[in-house]
Ligand binder design. Structure first.
Ligand SMILES: [Zn+2]
Ligand SMILES: [Zn+2]
Length: 535
């Protein structure tokens, strides 16, 4: 009866925890690491084929994204999740496989030119389809029996449609213990979905800490008027409002707010402004939101449905699926809203819309989610005056803003509030799913409040019968230079750089005898370049 922490330890992404009960192995979440990766994760210490089942908290890729890889490596057990999580994973894992395959194709093309061996895709569409076939649909509140020694219940945690915290009752002989995994704890008063539901008791708790040391600044009510204000001023200037948004969850919340703005006539003089949803995944996800079981919805949404109002749909929505339809959006001369992925502007169609709109003074680009350091989204928010898109330098003349109060995560007080829902203190709390400082600070806060809390690193293991630590590991930071050297893409980019530099040198050598004025100009340009890159 053991728990071993694998991923999302002192980090936000790559959620994955291993349980051993009666000599059999189970995973809670099997997520992909995304964005900034600080600490090294241990490899799964058992083979994928030896894992009996996966219990999945919700569909976000940082919790579900490695399921196709697990399948590829031989996992043939069942994946237990709520019905909506199964539906969302059906589209999201296919989308993720599509991304893996196209990245691999891109690397292959490059590798052919340089005569190196291209790395395989992490997984293929076939692997994703294989993993999807292993999903078992569960209902909220129902106690199920996925294995002889385990009982399992999903409880709505109000983070994403279908998201759950997982309660597990595990037994080994006469030892019976309960462990609860919070999953991602939702923010209260989010549109569409319920507030997190409480759990009454547990021996052990694994809790996330994304905002473990921060408070959200504004209430959702303000978001409606804030967005209406941006729309009014931009449409009055004849411009477009571009919203980079995550396709699943955030896009539907934006539609919910836009529907309210339209219904209440909060934007004057532009009654039928069009709203383009330019993302096939977002459109598929919107369809799932509209067809799903009503137990996922909050009271406000249910009351809208009772009145015959679709909470996330209105007449002026324009769907664009194909890339041709996406291009056509630029020919619609009306002031409009364009919602497109990716949320951090790192890939996808949003980059085309930015290229076409960032240089215009009457454009507004509105961020509605977290922007990781180094992402194009963060650069724009930081006020950079030029950005590079598709090899072209684009001047940023647009207004750049961000909508507050739209986080899908509980803040520090929200996490504490959910924790206070337990009638008695858990024996021990494990804090994960937060970057280094959030995770540590939240753990320390819990200790100050009289809880026994720990923030394990990847590889640390506990015996759940006694509560004692059985394996201790320290956080191993990733050696950036090693990671850089190992990356095939980095090698390619570096060799391109050298090639271009060699071309520059031969160009310079060929300039002997050319006009003094031009040579002096080139010299000063090269000197400037050297000064700029010296650091
Ligand atoms: Zn999540
Ligand atoms: Zn998460």
């Amino acid at each position: 009866m053991k728990i071993q922490f694998i991923g999302a330890t002192h980090e936000v992404t790559g959620s994955c925890t291993l349980l051993e009960v009666g000599g059999k192995y189970y995973l809670v979440d099997c997520g992909m690491e995304q964005g900034k990766d600080v600490f090294q994760n241990i490899e799964l210490p058992v083979s994928a084929a030896d894992i009996e089942a996966v219990f999945l908290t919700h569909a976000h890729i940082d919790h579900s994204g490695m399921l196709p890889k697990l399948y590829k490596d031989g996992f043939k057990g069942s994946i237990y999740a709520t019905a909506v999580t199964c539906d969302l994973c059906n589209i999201m894992l296919r989308d993720s496989a599509h991304i893996q395959e196209s990245e691999a194709r891109w690397r292959k093309k490059k590798a052919e030119r340089t005569g190196t061996v291209p790395p395989e895709p992490v997984y293929t569409m076939q692997d994703a389809v294989g993993a999807i076939s292993l999903f078992r649909r569960c209902n909220y509140g129902e106690i199920i029996n996925p294995a002889q020694d385990i009982l399992l219940r999903f409880t709505d945690i109000g983070h994403l449609l279908g998201s759950a915290c997982i309660e597990l009752w595990i037994s080994e002989g006469d030892t019976h213990k309960k462990i609860v995994f919070s999953g991602d704890v939702g923010n209260t008063n989010q549109g569409i979905i319920n507030d997190p539901k409480f759990v009454e008791e547990t021996d052990y708790l694994v809790i996330e800490s994304t905002y473990g040391d921060r408070l959200h600044s504004k209430e959702r009510r303000d978001v409606v008027s804030e967005l209406a204000g941006y729309l009014q001023s931009t449409l009055d200037r004849g411009g477009n409002v571009i919203i980079p948004s995550f396709a699943v969850g955030r896009t539907q919340e934006m539609l919910y707010i836009l529907r309210e703005i339209k219904q209440k006539g909060l934007v004057k003089g532009h009654e039928h402004f069009p709203v383009y949803i330019d993302s096939p995944l977002a459109n598929e996800a919107t369809a799932i939101f509209m067809q799903c079981d009503h137990t996922c919805f909050d009271a406000e949404t249910l009351s809208l449905i009772k009145q015959g109002i679709n909470p996330i749909w209105f007449d002026d929505i324009c769907i664009s699926s194909t890339s041709e339809e996406s291009k056509q959006i630029n020919f619609d001369g009306r002031g409009k809203v364009i919602i497109s992925a990716s949320g951090m502007c790192e890939a996808g169609r949003i980059r085309h819309h930015l290229k076409h709109n960032l240089w215009k003074e009457n454009t507004t680009v509105l961020f509605v989610g977290y922007q990781a350091e180094g992402s194009l989204g963060r650069k724009l928010l930081n006020g950079e005056k030029t950005v590079t898109l598709f090899g072209e330098e684009i001047t940023v003349n647009a207004t750049i803003g961000s909508l507050h109060g739209t986080s899908g995560h509980a803040d520090r007080d929200g996490l504490l509030n959910w924790l206070y829902g337990f009638k008695k203190k858990p024996e021990k709390i494990f804090v994960n799913h937060g970057d280094d400082s959030s995770c540590e600070n939240f753990k320390n806060l819990l200790c100050e409040k009289g809880y026994i809390a720990e923030a394990p690193y990847s590889g640390t293991e506990y015996d759940l019968a006694s509560g004692n630590m059985t394996v201790f590991t320290e956080g191993k930071t990733i050696n950036r230079e090693e990671a850089y050297k190992g990356s095939a893409r980095a090698d390619l980019l570096y060799s391109e750089l050298v090639k271009e530099a060699e071309k520059l040198l031969s160009l310079v050598k060929g300039r002997k005898g050319k006009t003094n004025k031009d040579n002096a100009k080139l010299t000063s340009q090269i000197r400037e370049l050297i000064t700029k890159w010296k650091e």
